[in-house]
Design a protein around this ligand. Sequence first.
Ligand code: PGA
Length: 248
Amino acid sequence: MKKKLIVGNWKMNGSLAANESLVQALRAGLSGGAACSVALAAPAPYLAQLQALCAGSCIEIAAQDVSQHEAGAYTGEVAAAMLRDFGVRYVLVGHSERRQFHGENDAAVAEKAQRALAAGITPIVCVGETLAEREAGQTEAVVRRQLAAVIHVNGRCISEVVVAYEPVWAIGTGKTATPAQAQEVHAALRAQLAAATVHAGAVRLLYGGSMNAANAAQLLAEADIDGGLVGGASLKAPDFLSIIAAAH
Ligand code: PGA
């Protein structure tokens, strides 16, 4: 059976000192091991620090974004190969904050996923509907379109990805999708994958959006929820450790 995966998304938070005490507390809490896989997505300048802090632990390193280009004159961008140099195992692509504030469209997200895979990094493909889209009954159409853009490439299906369903209205708002609402979308995503590849069962589908210590166990008990992408609650060691403990 595939292990669940819990990823902490620090977003644009942290400092050398705060990161060190957070990771030390997580390492202490995980000294007996974890039943699930655990990764932390730090801002790019802290990846080297995170690599050193997590060495010899079960915590893997994730990045929050990657360039859609391989190398060259792209000021401010970070290439997948550079992330790989710092031991990055996963990278978020298409987070709604990137789609919303940086104009990333489905095509750009697909290119980012390709760059990551080419560098040996697993993309965590974020999909999710806005409140207006949900209210208009478009949830499934939106997430299916976002996923299709990444997995259908030149007539073949890319299944070496993690998918994170993050309803935009639930991110950072304290409004979580109910386990049933999340499961409904996850089942639709699984069916979409199953229609495209025999490996659909092995793809991990994470839920994200105000996951916390109190609601994680119920969400993670759903059949097609294979882990979580955790923002706010990943900045507090006890909360993040409780979520990890709920993932087995
Ligand atoms: P949140 O963020 O847990 O703070 O809602 C999740 C995310 O955006 O990845």
